[in-house]
Design a protein around this ligand. Structure first.
Ligand code: DUC
Ligand code: ZN
Ligand code: ZN
Length: 488
């Protein structure tokens, strides 16, 4: 008896990577892509995909799962429900956040989040670290050790009282990253402007959810982005600005790139598909369902974000899945009450809808190419966060993380989704595509109807250093401001 050449062959596929689209069969052995070609020999399992598009599994590089909150508020998704939802929407790798508690080590955060993910995660995962307490011990001792152990990205907040760093602390973190490598991710909003506006709105009795948007105008993000870029320039490190919401911040990034700086950027579905009107056109509490930060903007901003996706401004398209229930006491009505906008938990669900929304409106809507879709949802995040080429592409030796796309029209309803959240902000939207199959390392985890993955079947991914192509090119012999000052 001859043994099959492959564990699995996907036949008659249109394979799409960030650079190419072509017809081929794809053979999988031991969870990895073993061969791509025409008329491959038989596999033990055969799937004829009938000419459908096959892309690399999605990488959602910005999502929040099981992150501790002040009771009674809690995130609705843990690592089981969140990764189940991810798989059903075509995402096979996630990078959620492990948040350092002030006064505690980074290692304690990592240990905690490994416990949370263990036995539950149904797709592969790594962890970004949220740095809230960058002491010398953390920066000089822990950080290099953790980078070597595969935790190579760090989120820094300029806002949120419990999380924010001062500019001085941000400079210290950027300097440590310059010495040891890694990717700083910056949440860029001006905290004092937000606090000042919030106090004045509250004093005037403007408490409804829609004032969340009024309290965080685009200029607050523009200023934060400008300051983050200036600090990155001073220290001379690449950074990645997360969840960019509109044109003013986009302009800051364009200007920085034109000056040769290595500034990377991420955006999210809420900045393409929601506007400030979704926070409410009157004082109804319904808008609480779309409260997130930065807030959704206007139609002109949506167009600038689409433009940035199409022309290479953005490297990463993530969900910022931060799931709170609309009803009950643990979510958008904390303790069961309608509260002033400043107390509404920030965040919306989106881990499952991220890829189908962009495929439907971006690819099938003619706004971005199929290859750009792959770059934004998979290859770019893999490069930015040290997963490439094991993840993020269709190539021999890469993990066989695959999405087979069904193109069909339907109206989205929360009942279609597999998260543990009681709503989706995209209910009622017409979609034109959804994954017909998702495979994680060669195993079907979503068959188009049913989740078929395994809790605990996801593997932890230690990550390498970023491998994005440098965007800005510094002149040879370039010196930082500090080096020039010391040499003067
Ligand atoms: N904003 C964030 O920065 N993170 C989670 C959700 C949100 O709205
Ligand atoms: Zn953020
Ligand atoms: Zn976030």
């Amino acid at each position: 008896m001859t043994s099959a050449a492959f564990d699995l062959v996907l036949r008659n596929a249109v394979l799409a990577t960030a650079s190419d689209t072509y017809r081929a069969d794809l053979g999988v052995r031991h969870g990895r892509i073993a061969q791509i070609g025409l008329d491959l020999p038989a596999g033990r399992q055969e799937i004829d995909v009938g000419g459908r598009v096959v892309t690399p599994g999605g990488i959602d590089a910005h999502c929040h799962l099981d992150q501790p909150m002040a009771p009674p508020v809690r995130l609705a998704d843990d690592f089981l429900t969140g990764t189940r939802s991810a798989a059903c929407g075509g995402t096979t790798t996630i990078i959620p956040f492990a948040a350092q508690q002030k006064g505690a080590t980074l290692q304690a955060a990592i240990d905690d989040y490994h416990r949370r993910a263990h036995g539950k995660a149904c797709v592969d995962y790594g962890f970004h670290l949220i740095l809230t307490d960058p002491t010398p011990a953390v920066l000089d001792d822990e950080l290099p050790r953790l980078i070597a152990a595969g935790y190579t990205s760090f989120k820094l907040y300029m806002t949120y009282e419990s999380l924010r760093l001062s500019d001085r602390q941000i400079l210290d973190v950027l300097d440590a990253v310059r010495r040891h490598g890694g990717m700083p991710m910056i949440h860029a909003e001006n905290a004092d402007c937000i606090a000042w506006l919030t106090e004045r709105l509250e004093a005037a009795g403007r408490l409804a959810p829609r004032f969340h948007g009024w309290s965080r105008p685009a200029l607050v993000e523009r200023e934060g982005a400008h300051r983050a870029i200036a600090m990155a320039e001073l220290v001379d490190v690449p950074v990645l600005l997360v969840h960019i919401s509109g044109g003013q911040a986009v302009d800051q990034i364009r200007e920085a790139r034109a000056a040769g700086l290595n500034i990377n950027a991420e955006t999210c579905p809420q900045y393409l598909f929601l506007t400030a009107e979704d926070l409410g056109i009157d004082d109804s509490y319904h808008g609480a369902r779309c409260v997130c930060s930065p807030p959704p903007r206007d139609a002109a901003s949506q167009q600038q974000i689409w433009q940035g996706l199409a022309d290479g401004l953005f490297q990463v398209f993530s969900s910022d899945h931060s799931p709170f229930n609309l009803h009950g006491e643990d979510g958008k009505t904390p303790g069961g009450a309608e509260v002033a906008f400043r107390h509404i938990p920030n965040g919306i669900p989106g881990i499952e809808t991220r890829m189908p929304l962009l495929y439907s409106e971006g690819v099938l809507g003619g706004r971005i190419s199929l290859n750009k879709f792959v770059e934004l949802t998979s290859t770019g995040p893999a490069r930015a966060y040290g997963l490439y080429p094991r993840k993020g592409t269709l190539a021999v030796g890469a993990d066989a993380d695959l999405v087979v796309w069904d193109e069909r029209d339907f109206v989205l309803d929360n009942a279609h989704l597999h998260h543990a959240v009681d709503y989706t902000p995209y209910a009622g939207r017409r979609l034109r595509a959804w994954p017909g199959l998702t495979l994680l390392r060669g195993q079907v985890v979503w068959d188009g109807q049913t989740f078929t993955g395994t809790p605990g079947g996801g593997q932890f991914l230690p990550r390498g250093l970023p491998s994005l192509f440098p965007i800005g090119a510094r002149a040879p012999g370039h010196r930082t401001w500090l080096q020039a000052a010391l040499a003067s």
